[in-house]
Design a protein around this ligand. Sequence first.
Ligand SMILES: [Zn+2]
Ligand SMILES: [Zn+2]
Length: 264
Amino acid sequence: MMQSLEFLRAWRERARSWEGQLPEPERLPPAAEAEAALNRGEPLINLVEPPIDPDRFAAMLTELAALYAEGRDEARPLAEGLAAASPAQRRELAEALLSGGDAAAWADRLGVEEDMLLALGGLALQPFMARFARALRSIAPLRGWRRIQCPVCGAAPDLCRIDPDNIRHLHCPQCDTQWEHHRLTCAVCGTDDVRQVSILTLAELEPWRVEVCDRCGGYIKTLDQRHGGHLAMPQIDLYLEDARTLQLDLLAEQEGYRRGGRAQ
Ligand SMILES: [Zn+2]
Ligand SMILES: [Zn+2]
């Protein structure tokens, strides 16, 4: 699915405002239980499900589809179909997407590609996950966690940044959590064999670069914030930066590396 920077900017703005309106999750594990899970190497989502109201999710998806359809004819049936659907139908679609139900059948009914429906569903889910993660991070410090999976939701990281103090952080695309990780290891497979990991750069996208790994065939884009400038601000939006640095993905792919590593 083609996501223009303009669309992503609009999505980020809405995602932040939606997230701000979501209530605090009612049920959170006790701090000691959360800490014990992290110490065992288990992401916190194993202890508690993120609360997602299907009606709210459907409202987000509907708004997002309308936004996405601006200037994209292929997305119009989805936007129009959702706008015309009854609340009960929208809820049914939301429940199917949230529970891994038959998205292909829904895409068919709405006359859109399944990929587009799933991608927009993922974007609509993000504010819920971010709200959930924010609440969990407030009860359990992530300091000791050094794994490559997200400590909150267990997803693989999409991006990496090295902060001005030379600490490396991985970023979770699903719940927007960042956690510390060792320097000099592959963030895709976790190997600490430094001979396997090398770096690709494009002058115009510095201080972004790509770390590629010959052990797993994976790559991850990394922002080096040690040299200051506006990209060294802590509140930099990594979702937008990801879209802005697509040339680095193309470079890594040309060299034979895959985001997320080799196909299993
Ligand atoms: Zn996460
Ligand atoms: Zn690797």
